[in-house]
Design a protein around this ligand. Structure first.
Ligand code: GDP
Ligand code: IMO
Ligand code: MG
Length: 428
């Protein structure tokens, strides 16, 4: 039995949360390994809606959940999310949640910097404004405060000094008030006793679990095209979002990633700025957005919508080593007379089967489309492959052909159980 790594194959919001929740009853432990509370994962179970940003989606099913070292953690947000879930009847205790003691913290000064930069920028990234980028900068710059430091007042004092020496000039340059080190120390000391009970060497626990034959489900956040190396740079997030990061961001060996399941939306969306070759600016895009309820979970922003881009997902299959996909939101395409799929791009007289690295090229690519007939029957809530209209089956088969990966799972509504399984990723 393999582990499973769930990864977004487009620009995020593909439905990772729903699939991780659905798959988590087959797993023993669910692990977040990158990103932070920029993620917004929505789970619908009956009339309950759970919106998770930082906690692994497995907590809702009462699975052991791990926030790995690769995640940047806003400890105030963590406590809020735990409290919110508590209010929905999900008790997140230190028995259920392990927070890597070597994960780096997001502090208020990171959020300040993120928001002030976006405000001052001529070309905005369109970040979630939650301090993700600046927190990763401090991690790589070897200045970050880590979870374990919360237990060590001396370390905290020294690290705050070091951090403020770096942030002082940045803040002044952006017209922000001086950061107050003593106040930050006091705030951290208030939350430390609430956060520290969750803090453990996550890598050690995970290695012991794997050795004991337990099944790990890795939950990716964002999507491959938001990866800091492979995405539409600089319009990306600040972590590696591809499957390879699951090992580094949790402290398990590279083999642990197991079956890599790409989550793929039946069309394309993007929230925030940056290139998007198949974006639709007409009433079709508007209709997809309305039917698909394409509004950001974290910021409430309307997501940009467009046709399915097979070239992009084919690239994602390669970058992640995707073995199979979960295709989501097929129901949103119900009732279209025709559908388009992008198979590649043109740039002047050049043809591309992938997204070239240059930003200017990415912005100027012209998609090459093929047209498929739509279907008028509903696929919404279908729980069997046999219930799908013939043209919906054709659409799915064509996607498989173009991206070079099979559909393992098909999601037909936001509800947990409206999911069709063609092959069990854990059994592969
Ligand atoms: P994530 O960030 O990848 O977890 O995705 P989000 O939760 O941000 O966005 C996906 C949205 O689509 C959520 O509101 C889900 O409830 C919803 N959703 C997931 N799968 C389906 C599906 O198959 N059909 C429809 N109509 N909605 C879905
Ligand atoms: P989930 O896990 C979609 C986008 C932001 C912005 C860029 C950088 O729900 O799929 P950041 O705050 O990370 O520095 O913003 O990345 N972004 C997401 N877009 N889904 C997400 O997460 C995202 N997380 C970040 O909109 O364009
Ligand atoms: Mg989301």
């Amino acid at each position: 039995m393999a582990n499973v790594t769930v990864i977004g194959a487009q620009w995020g919001d593909e439905g990772k949360g729903k699939l991780v929740d659905w798959l988590s009853n087959r797993a023993d432990v669910v692990v977040r390994f990158q990103g932070g509370h920029n993620a917004g994962h929505t789970l619908v179970v009956g009339d309950q809606v759970y919106k998770l940003s930082l906690l692994p989606s497995g907590v809702v099913q009462g699975k052991l959940s791990v926030i790995g070292n690769g995640v940047v953690v806003d400890p105030w947000h963590l406590l809020e999310e735990i409290a919110k879930l508590g209010g929905q009847g999900v008790a997140v205790t230190p028995e259920l949640l392990i927070l890597a003691d070597n994960a780096c913290l997001i502090l208020p000064l990171h959020k300040d910097l993120d928001q002030a930069r976006e405000k001052a920028a001529i070309k905005k990234i369109g970040t979630t404004g939650r301090g993700i980028g600046p927190a990763y900068e401090d991690k790589v710059g070897r200045r970050a405060i880590r979870v374990a430091d919360l237990a060590d007042r001396e370390a905290l004092i020294a690290k705050i000094d070091r951090l403020l020496a770096h942030h002082g000039p940045l803040r002044r340059g952006l017209g922000l008030p001086e950061a107050d080190g003593a106040a930050l120390l006091a705030e951290l000391e208030v939350i430390a006793p609430k956060v520290l009970p969750f803090a453990k060497p996550a890598w050690l626990h995970l290695n012991e679990l794997v050795r004991a034959g337990r099944r790990v489900l890795f939950e990716g956040a964002q999507g491959a095209l938001l990866d800091v190396d492979h995405g539409t740079y600089p319009y990306v997030t600040s972590s590696n979002t591809v499957a390879g990061q699951a090992a580094a961001g949790s402290g398990l060996g590279a083999k642990a990633t197991g079956y890599i399941l790409g989550i793929v939306k039946a069309y394309t969306t993007r929230v925030g700025e940056g290139p998007f070759p198949t974006e639709l600016f007409d009433e079709i895009g508007q209709r997809i957005g309305e039917v698909g309820k394409e509004f950001g979970t974290v910021t409430g922003r309307a997501r940009r919508c467009g046709w399915f881009d097979a070239a992009l997902v084919r690239q994602s299959v390669a970058l992640n080593g995707i073995a199979g996909i979960a295709l989501t939101k097929l129901d949103v395409l119900d009732g279209f007379a025709t559908l388009k799929i992008c198979t590649g791009y043109r740039l002047g007289d050049q043809e591309f089967s992938y997204l070239p690295a240059g930003l200017k090229a990415q912005e100027q690519l012209v998609p090459v489309y093929e047209e498929l007939e739509g279907w008028s029957d509903s696929t919404q809530g279908a729980r069997s492959w046999r219930d799908l209209p013939a043209n919906a089956v054709k659409y799915v088969r064509r996607i498989e052909e173009l991206i070079g990966a099979p559909v393992a799972l098909l999601s037909t509504s936001p509800q947990r159980d409206d999911t069709i399984m063609m092959r069990d990723p854990f059994a592969d």
